[in-house]
Design a binder for this molecule. Structure first.
Ligand SMILES: Nc1ncnc2c1ncn2[C@@H]1O[C@H](COP(=O)(O)OP(=O)(O)OP(=O)(O)O)[C@@H](O)[C@H]1O
Ligand SMILES: [Mg+2]
Length: 357
């Protein structure tokens, strides 16, 4: 059996035996050739770190996050407030710079990107939709003019820009809004126009940070349908942060961020059952990073009192994770205490009296 240690955030790290002596050059070459190629993807984050320093206080918003999104995917990102979702989107959309690690979008290295490249990256490689409807659109321009605005530097003629704006608005079912200013549109219409604005320059990736956060359920569905339409019809890769469980269930893949790291992923696919009927299946996976780290769900570790280290057993088709002696003792102590409490309750007619009988 191999042993494994927990880090302070509950990650499991396999402790591997170090080979004796330093490897020679041939050995290093051999290892490099044998190493798995970095998984391809339009968006690739590896060990991404973002630390904010404010008034001497350090906040680790991203703590070694890994993420790979393939071209054409639509991925929902979920997680508790403060888990780092907006920080991630800020970095990927070129508004913020990571502290360490690597982040690549459509071949652009976001750590080393120069200021001027960053501007053109934000204009043409990515699009962004904010939660606040007022932040996405200029109030004194009509919907069509808002969509035309990002195309100013593309070299397209005004008539071409107008035609593309109208085409996008039509595709997202807000063609009827084209000559109206945002204050005359509903919240859902404003967000659908915002999706059109974000797609104006044919971006490779569209980011949306809780685009339905200020809307009711029915209106949210329309905005989400617009994002799906952009994904399916325009081929743009979509990464959407949402708190809405119903929304996240409509995508093939949902990534959960915990403490600045991707912790679990839910993959949904349509499978054909034995009776020939199509059923939608959803499976939850823990994320395994490039160094073999894995975050165990707290409901698992708490139930078995797993704390600092566990034992690992390699079976033919899975890996077993076992409590160490300390965890076994803690579990049996807790069970003894629970039993004693129930017996005491039974004697005194307390709340657990029924269970004890
Ligand atoms: N500019 C900043 N300066 C200092 N700390 C920041 C800054 N931006 C974010 N943080 C901190 O980084 C952590 C992650 O914040 P982030 O906004 O990414 O979370 P979130 O998952 O988007 O949360 P929410 O669901 O509430 O929007 C939080 O602890 C937050 O307080
Ligand atoms: Mg946020």
């Amino acid at each position: 059996m191999l042993s494994a240690d927990f880090t302070t955030s509950g990650d499991l790290v396999a402790v591997q035996q170090q080979p004796t002596g330093a490897p020679d050059l041939d050995e290093l070459r051999r290892r490099a050739a044998a190493a798995p190629q970095r998984e391809g993807g339009l968006v690739i984050c590896e060990n991404l770190v973002r630390i904010y320093q404010t008034e001497g206080v350090e906040v680790q918003a991203l703590q070694g996050l890994d993420l790979a999104v393939a071209e054409g995917e639509m991925v929902a990102v979920i997680g508790a407030s403060g888990s780092g979702k907006s920080t991630l989107l800020g970095i990927l959309s070129g508004q913020d710079v990571p502290t360490a690690g690597s982040a690549e979008v459509a071949g652009h290295d976001l750590l080393t990107m120069k200021r001027r490249d960053r501007l053109s990256y934000r204009r043409s490689t990515v699009g962004f939709v904010w939660q606040q409807t007022s932040r996405n659109l200029l109030p004194y321009l009509s919907a069509a003019e808002n969509v035309m605005l990002p195309m100013t530097y593309t070299g397209l003629k005004r008539s071409q820009r107008r035609a593309r704006a109208e085409e996008l608005l039509g595709l997202l079912s807000v063609g009827h809004c084209r000559d109206r200013t945002p204050d005359t549109l509903s919240g859902g219409e404003q967000q659908r126009v915002a999706v059109a604005v974000a797609n104006a320059n044919e971006p490779r990736v569209l980011f949306a940070d809780e685009p339905t956060g200020e809307l009711d359920t029915a209106t949210s569905d329309d905005v989400f349908a617009a994002l799906r339409r952009a994904n399916e019809e325009l081929g743009v890769t979509v990464i959407v942060v949402t708190h809405d469980a119903l929304v996240s269930e409509q995508v093939q893949r949902t990534v959960r961020i915990r403490n600045g790291r991707t912790s679990t992923e839910v993959l949904r696919r349509v499978a054909t059952g034995e009776d020939g009927a199509e059923v939608l299946t959803a499976e939850e996976y823990a994320v395994l990073d490039g160094s073999g780290r894995l975050q165990l769900p707290s409901e698992f570790t708490e139930r078995l009192h797993l704390r600092k280290r566990v034992r690992l057993a390699l079976e033919s088709d899975h890996i077993g994770v076992w409590p160490d002696d300390a965890a076994r003792r803690a579990k049996s102590d807790a069970e003894e205490a629970e039993k004693a409490k129930t017996t005491q309750d039974a004697a005194s007619g307390g709340p657990n009296a029924e269970a004890a009988r």
